[in-house]
Design a protein around this ligand. Structure first.
Ligand SMILES: C[S@@+](CC[C@H](N)C(=O)[O-])C[C@H]1O[C@@H](n2cnc3c(N)ncnc32)[C@H](O)[C@@H]1O
Length: 258
């Protein structure tokens, strides 16, 4: 495992590369800001404390949540995003990073921004709903996003069901104009391509599409090619548990800018 200084250096380097790729100045300002947000780590630790199923109980730094979640936080802050849609919630670890960025974008209490999340739940009792080999489930008796505390829930709108059933209405509810779309649901070619093609027209000029675990199939690159976008791809973090496709490709997630 990297020590915390190495982890900081790694995340900062990745953020600089991301900023250079999309010509975004000073993205790392938001990393410095995140490092001062003690309440975010505290609220996650507070949520996991009584849940036996969730083994990690504390983190020595917010940096341990990895580049994928930190980059989402920084992009939501950088764009001053007001409308974000994501698919795939599970415990809500990515969601809470986006929600915290929206909370700061909202100037902490004026509720003008929101995250709409769509999740077809992987209940402990019924097993994983993914058919792509992703086997994690929620803890027994808990709902998607159980990690999210009431102060972050103010900016959150969770819709339970498949993205194929709920994405169009979620986009309509944002008047078909969103800042960022995040895919992390069912990583099948069909679902991924459906989500990309459905959300892309609603992403505003300069907005982003973030796609996790993209190396499972070619949908991300096929879509980028079709749209004439040169994709940014992020490597797997040194400390991340690797799936087979990530081991082979070394790629974790990708981003397209409209
Ligand atoms: C990889 S997990 C999401 C992890 C989360 N984004 C994070 O990084 O913390 C994938 C989630 O997608 C949900 N899911 C599976 N198929 C789905 C579908 N068709 N539509 C929406 N959600 C789906 C699963 O139940 C699971 O909770």
């Amino acid at each position: 495992m990297l020590d915390i200084e190495e982890q900081h250096k790694y995340i900062k380097e990745q953020l600089l590369k991301l900023g250079e790729w999309f010509e975004l100045d000073d993205l790392e300002i938001h990393l410095d800001e995140l490092l001062e947000q003690d309440q975010l780590k505290a609220s996650i630790e507070n949520a996991v404390a009584p849940v036996e199923f969730f083994k990690t109980k504390s983190w020595d730094s917010i940096l341990r949540f990895g580049f994928y979640r930190i980059s989402q936080y920084c992009l939501v802050r950088k764009l001053k995003a007001t409308n974000v849609i994501e698919t795939g919630v599970l415990h809500g670890l990515s969601s809470i990073f986006t929600l915290h960025a929206l909370y700061l974008n909202n100037n902490k209490d004026d509720i003008g921004s929101r995250l709409i999340s769509i999740d077809f739940p992987s209940y402990y009792e019924s097993g994983p709903s993914n058919s792509d080999g992703f086997m994690d489930t929620l803890p027994p008796g808990l709902q998607p996003g159980w990690i999210i505390d009431s102060s972050h829930k103010k900016y959150w709108d969770l819709r339970i069901g498949k993205s194929s059933e709920f994405l169009t209405s979620a986009l309509n509810d944002c008047d078909n104009e969103i800042d960022i779309f995040i895919h992390d649901s069912e990583h099948s070619y069909k679902t991924m391509m459906y989500e990309f093609e459905t959300s892309w027209p609603a992403i505003r000029q300069g907005g982003f599409m973030i796609v996790d675990n993209l190396s499972v199939n070619t949908s991300f690159f096929d879509f980028a090619h079709k749209m004439g976008c040169i994709p940014y791809v992020a490597p797997v973090d040194p400390d991340h548990k690797l799936s087979l496709s990530e081991t082979e490709s070394g790629i974790r997630f990708g981003i397209l800018q409209k």
